[in-house]
Design a protein around this ligand. Structure first.
Ligand SMILES: [Mg+2]
Length: 164
């Protein structure tokens, strides 16, 4: 397969993961969803997912087998997100390596062509998915959680005005 084909997503969502149509995936025969974490379920640097993402994942769980597969090595962080979304997860997955993804697909018990991988990076999520014959979906990072944004602003203020 040509290099360019390997990093071309099957679907490009012009916005965050919440704009990905679950009905469209169902129409395509998809039954399993592998979700990237950083800049897919939450913006890099955020600590919790925003409510739109929580709602979208809850709907997805009704019709799909859903896993988080992240390259992020921070197990405690990923586990807190995964627990908040009631999803199984793999951290330190080393995408575009296929090893962790193969394991997850085996757990799902689905053929590769019934699994979609959703992520923000061509060279990790999309490349790995195309190499495995998954439906590959590129998304944009979601917005921050308003609560966390407030916390960050307060942290920035403390940094700028330590005496106040
Ligand atoms: Mg990512």
């Amino acid at each position: 397969m040509a290099w360019k084909t390997l990093i071309s997503p099957d679907l490009v969502v012009p916005g965050p993961v919440t704009q990905l149509s679950l009905d469209l995936l169902k129409e395509r025969g998809i039954q399993g969803l592998i979700l990237d974490l950083d800049d897919t379920l939450l913006a890099l640097g955020q600590q919790i997912v925003n409510t739109e993402v929580v709602d979208w994942v809850a709907r997805a769980r009704l019709d799909f087998r859903v896993w988080i597969v992240s390259n992020n090595p921070n197990r405690t962080f990923i586990e807190s997100i995964a627990v908040s979304l009631s999803l199984p997860y793999v951290n330190q997955a080393a995408k575009p390596s296929r090893r962790a993804l193969r394991r997850v697909i085996e757990q799902m018990g689905l053929p590769h062509n019934q699994v979609a991988i959703v992520g923000d990076r061509l060279l990790t999520d999309i490349l790995a998915g195309n190499r495995l014959g998954l439906l590959t979906v590129l998304v944009q990072p979601p917005g921050p959680s308003h609560i966390i944004r407030g916390n960050l602003l307060r942290a920035a203020e403390r940094l700028l005005f330590p005496q106040s």
